[in-house]
Every structure is written in C-alpha cells, then in structure tokens.
Design a protein around this ligand. Structure first.
Ligand code: FE
Ligand code: FE
Length: 377
C-alpha cells in the first residue's frame, strides 16, 4: 500500500492541489490523503475555519475514489511532519508513506524537524512549480519528481478572484466555489454588518435564506454565485431605517428617483441599500449594486443576476406561506423569467386588492417580460 499525503492550509483547496493529488496517483500511489493543517507558527491564520476547510476538501474529493481527506494535521499544538508520519504509521501499518510537496519546498527539506526519522520513514513526491528547480539534491531523502504540469494556481490567486465576486471556475472545483458562496467565505463579515444596521434576527434569517436560494439559482442559470451571494446578503441592509433616513441616504449620493419610490420605505430600501453597499461597505460591482437597488420593484432590462435576487427574495425557504408561493418555487426551477413575471403579477394583484397604486416601473418591467415571453413562444 502506497499512500501519498498532501498537506497545507487548503485555504481554500484549489485545482493545483487536485492536480498534484492526481499526479501522485499516476505515480503509483494507491491512495492520496488530503490533510489540511493548522497555520504553522510563522504564517497568518487561515481565513476559513478548520471545519470549512475540511468540508471544502471533502467536496473536492467527493468524486475521486482514491483521494480521501484526513484531519490528522488539525490536531492541537505544533504540527511537525515527522509527528504526522508517526501517527499515520499507526493508522496504516505497513503502508509506504510519501509526502507531496511543491518544488519550492525542496531546498528547505534539510531543515525539517526530526529529519533523520522523517527521511527514514517517508519519501517525497515533488510537484514542479513554475520558477522552482526540481534538480536539487537532498542527501538521505528519497525523492521522486511528479509529472504534474507545473502548478501555477495559488490560494492567493483564488482569493483575489473571489474578492471581485468571480467564481474562479478555472482555479476552483465547482462544488468548492458553490460552498464558498453559500457560506460567504472570503468576503467581509456581512452578517455583523446586518446587525449594525439594525436588522432583526428574523430579517437576518430571511437574508441567509435569500443567499441560499440566490446561489442555487445562480448555479442553475449560469450567473456568478459569489456575486449572487453578496447581493443577497446586502439586499435588505437599509430595511430597518426609518423612511426619512433612507431619503437622506439617497439624497446624499444624489440618486434621482421617482416619487413613487422615494415616498415608500418598502420600495426605497432597495436603492438606499445599494448606496450603503457601495459607499459604506465598499462593494463596487455595478451588477451587484443594481441587483440590490432594483430588488423591490424590478425594472425593464433586468440582468440575470437582478432577476435571481428579485425572485430569491420572494421564495426563500423562510418565507411565510402566501398564495402562489409553491407555484413560484416550482416555476423558477425551469423558467427564471416566467417566475419573475408571475411574482410581479401576484404583487400587483395584492396591491390593487388593498386599494393601493402599483409601481409604474414594475408595470413596465412586466410588459417587457410578457412581450419577450410571447416572442419566444
Ligand atoms: Fe427587501
Ligand atoms: Fe428581502
């Protein structure tokens, strides 16, 4: 039995890690253990919790029957590789153990703690990395060079992509990207921002439900999951403000809005929330901002992301039942536009039944959606 072990913070696990693991299998390993670790003493703490990092590793390995996840390196206290090898020798008696490292680590091997024991009980599989020399000799160490393509992906690159609300499809396994969006990882702590802006516990629950639904729909309809997640988290950020405060916010940022929106907190918290997201929370993505701005009334020419947030708000799992809710949930599984239109129609019926005046912008959005539907029929 040959076991390859791939250690590292896995913050998050990315395609480069998976390529290294697969190369180790091609090199004759029967199994590869992905073993996320605690932060070494000289490194900053990981962004994601140990639990989340393990979850992401499990998702990445879920479809690979020879790649498993081990929590051996998440034990308390300093985690030296030699100690990990001792534990794995107990767990897998008689197995031949090979530690997978990037070529950049090769020159450091002579300085690894307890190296006599380590070199005697563990070999090293070296992944080529751009700009790293794989021909370095390390006395007494058994070294094999993997045929992995030079690994260029790094967690830093992944996090940079996530910070601009991209799913990093070329760097992350899909299910990992989805997990990150669903849990709001590698983004600011927007849950505490919601509390700061006075949202009640049930409103926060609603927001988390909208995120879950919006990410699911973004995945289904091919929109950015990270963008859907952030738009969902912030869509009701202004909801707890008194109307006059919302009006102050939009006038401070010179937003020209029609009276029908300006005079209703139910409608104005969309544009006010977008202004807060942009100017106070530093969200600069125009599509996210406009999705927040129009989540209350919609508009003609809505983007996919705007439609997703609009309908996710109406059907998230914590919504109290209302007539037509289950039909909307069914409809959106197959037809995003039809669900948005149906939801707007339902709102119009409701508003008119209460003797209110229905928003003309929503009316225009509905006409456009209905016309497109007819064209496509
Ligand atoms: Fe809202
Ligand atoms: Fe909402």
């Amino acid at each position: 039995m040959h076991i390859g072990i791939l250690g590292g913070m896995m913050d998050p696990i990315h395609i480069g890690h998976m390529n290294a693991a697969r190369a180790a299998l091609r090199a004759g390993m029967d199994t590869v253990l992905i073993a996320p670790c605690q932060a070494p003493a000289h490194r900053a703490a990981p962004v994601a919790s140990a639990e989340a990092r393990v979850d992401m590793c499990r998702l990445a390995a879920a479809k690979e029957n020879k790649i498993k996840v081990s929590t051996v390196d998440l034990r308390e206290g300093p985690c030296y590789t030699a100690d990990t090898i001792r534990i794995l020798q107990d767990q897998y008696p008689g197995a031949e153990l090979w530690w997978i490292i990037g070529a950049d680590k090769l020159p450091t091997l002579p300085c690894w703690r307890d190296k006599e024991y380590l070199f005697a009980h563990c070999g090293f599989l070296v992944c080529p990395r751009t700009f790293s020399d794989v021909s370095i000799q390390v006395p007494d160490a058994r070294i094999r060079i993997l045929d992995a393509e030079a690994i260029t992906a790094s967690s830093g690159q992944v996090v940079a992509a996530l910070h601009t609300y991209h799913d990093a499809a070329d760097l992350l396994p899909h299910d990992v990207s989805r997990y990150i969006a669903l849990h709001g990882l590698y983004q600011p702590d927007y849950t505490s921002a919601l509390s700061r802006f006075g949202l009640s516990g049930s409103r926060v629950q609603h927001t988390l439900g909208v995120r879950e639904t919006a990410v699911d729909l973004a995945d289904r309809f091919g929109a950015r999951m990270q963008a859907a997640a952030v738009a969902a988290m912030l869509h009701d950020i202004a909801k707890a403000m008194p109307l006059t405060e919302m009006q102050d916010v939009v006038s401070r940022w010179d937003l020209a809005l029609p009276d029908e929106i300006l005079k209703s907190g139910n409608l104005l918290h969309g544009p006010a929330g977008a202004a807060i997201a942009e100017h106070e929370l530093g969200v600069l993505d125009p599509e996210i901002l406009s999705a927040i701005a129009c989540h209350t009334v919609g508009k003609p020419g809505m983007s996919k992301l705007e439609k997703i947030l609009f309908i996710a708000d109406a059907i998230e799992p914590n919504r109290r039942p209302y007539p037509g809710l289950e039909e909307l949930r069914q409809l959106v599984q197959t037809d995003l536009d039809a669900a948005v239109l149906a939801s707007m129609r339902r709102t119009r019926e409701y508003v008119l039944s209460k003797g209110g005046r229905f928003c003309t912008i929503t009316e225009a959005a509905m006409q456009e959606l209905a016309a497109q539907k007819e064209e496509n029929a």
